[in-house]
Design a protein around this ligand. Structure first.
Ligand SMILES: [Fe+2]
Length: 477
């Protein structure tokens, strides 16, 4: 549907079967997909949108283009749909949502397939997890072997991407941008590689400039990575490829009780001079207690006063994953924990930063890999609801929570620094918010140091945006 100023309606719609009352919790309520593509312009704003916010907020997430089987549908497998809001000079220019084109989408919508440089037998499931701007391109991303998909500025699919022929095979939904170098660090996996993952570095030109294969005891799902100035981290955790699950048509990964969970430190080839890490050295492994990590908040190197070498990792810890629940992540309360890896002794210490259930941790992006203080997360309420925004001060332990009880559901918070800001929290937090009473969504802009207060601006969308995965603010250059 295209909803224009004059109310004219045009555009793509797909046959839908999922409803807000589905028996599959990942197809119910605001997890249910929408069935139209919408364009709306000149959106209504409550409050004052900061004039310097010029760019696009984009967010990806699963939105099946054809009705899935509720009995076997896994949230991670739904067709990708990117939602976007363009802001400029205090105005909200447009909202768009577009399915990320793949074979299933173009067949359903009666379109021709986008250009695809990969062989016909390359993995081709939907790029449904994240969307980034990098090297002048907008890329929809997924893990596990399917390629990135390039979108244009208005979210139309341009082409399936191989990063100008530089990508060996698999990418990741969670590349980590080092603000100092402008490069992406990526931990890629693919079941077809067997017990191996691949660490990639993508240069500022958008091309993969370095790869390193890392052998593992098993074939884990590695959803994300973290970087420090010296290392890239491998989360070698007990969610492993399982052929039986693959044959059953669901997500081909499940929990393995007997697999030793580990975190690996891969030396970066651009580590600064004078550090102890050997750029071409062995991966240093640390055993940890059983858990699953989808998302780190951040990691950084630390030198103790007596010269000890440590890596500090803050991440959301799930007690386990995909053991009894095979339709999505729902295996106990995820909390924000800290792991301190002692590089000299090989020991690990852990502590809890915030035991409120939460996910989707984000920091100020130019601190990725460097010491941070503040984290922003989506707090979880009953069931699968995300009813709270959290701001965690990891220095003082203070947590600010914003909740609107059962009425509002919040997506992943994204921090946007004020131009020229020096204080870590001088900026805004953006998050999509779903109103259960009106069944519509808004884009909320909060002052990052006043998360409990009313948002400084609310951009009202004419539609519902289903709960999804990850988004980013792509500032206009
Ligand atoms: Fe993720």
């Amino acid at each position: 549907m295209t909803l224009l100023d004059d109310g004219q309606v045009l555009g793509n719609a797909a046959p839908m079967g999922a409803t807000s009352s589905s028996t599959n919790p990942f197809l119910a309520g605001n997890m249910a997909p929408v069935d139209v593509e919408t364009t709306a312009v000149n959106l209504t704003i409550t409050g004052t949108l900061p004039a310097e916010l010029c760019g696009r907020y984009l967010r990806n997430g699963p939105n099946p283009v054809t009705p899935p089987d509720p009995a076997t549908y896994h949230w991670f497998t739904g067709t990708g749909m990117v939602h976007g809001i363009s802001l400029r000079d205090g105005r909200a220019e447009w909202y768009r949502n577009r399915w990320v084109r793949n074979d299933e989408v173009v067949a359903t919508l009666g379109e021709s397939a986008p250009p695809n440089p990969w062989p016909a037998d390359h993995m081709s499931f939907s790029a449904n997890t994240n969307v980034i701007g990098f090297a002048g391109r907008t890329l929809a991303l997924v893990e596990g072997g399917a390629p990135p998909v390039e979108l244009d500025d208005e979210l139309a699919t341009v082409a399936i991407s191989d990063l100008d022929g530089s990508l060996p095979y698999s990418f990741s939904a969670h590349p980590k941008l080092d603000a100092a170098t402008g490069e992406l660090h990526v931990m890629a996996y693919y079941w077809g590689w067997g017990n191996r993952v691949q660490y990639l570095v993508v240069g500022t030109d958008g091309r993969v400039r370095a790869t390193r294969d890392i052998e593992l005891p098993g074939s884990p799902m590695i959803h994300d990575t973290a970087i420090t100035e010296r290392y890239a981290l491998v989360f070698d955790l007990p969610v492993l490829f399982d052929m039986e699950a693959a044959m059953a048509g669901s997500l081909p990964y499940r929990w393995f009780h007997d697999y030793q969970p580990r975190i690996g430190l891969v030396p970066r080839d651009d580590a600064p001079d004078g550090v102890a890490g050997n750029p071409h050295g062995d991966v240093q492994w640390f055993n940890i207690d059983p858990c699953y990590i989808f998302h780190p908040l951040n990691a950084y190197d630390e030198i103790t006063p007596d010269g000890g070498r440590r890596v500090v990792l803050d991440a959301v810890r799930h007690p386990k994953m995909f053991d009894t629940e095979r339709r999505g992540p729902n295996e106990g309360r995820p909390r924000l924990d800290r792991w301190v890896l002692d590089l000299d002794s090989g020991s690990v210490s852990t502590s809890t930063l915030d035991d409120h259930p939460q996910e989707f941790p984000r920091i100020r992006e130019d601190l990725v890999g460097r010491r941070h203080r503040y984290g922003y997360t989506a707090g979880l309420g009953s069931g699968l609801s995300q009813d709270t925004l959290c701001r965690i001060d990891t220095t003082t332990g203070t947590v600010v929570r914003r909740t609107d009880n059962d009425r509002m559901g919040y997506g992943e918070p994204v921090f946007i620094p004020r131009d020229g800001s020096t204080a870590e929290d001088d900026g805004w937090v953006m998050a999509l918010r779903h109103d259960r009473d009106t069944d519509r969504s808004d884009l909320c802009v909060f002052s990052a140091d006043a998360l409990a207060d009313d948002p400084v601006a609310v951009v009202h969308l004419p539609v519902r945006v289903p709960n999804g995965f990850h988004g980013n603010w792509i500032a206009e250059n």
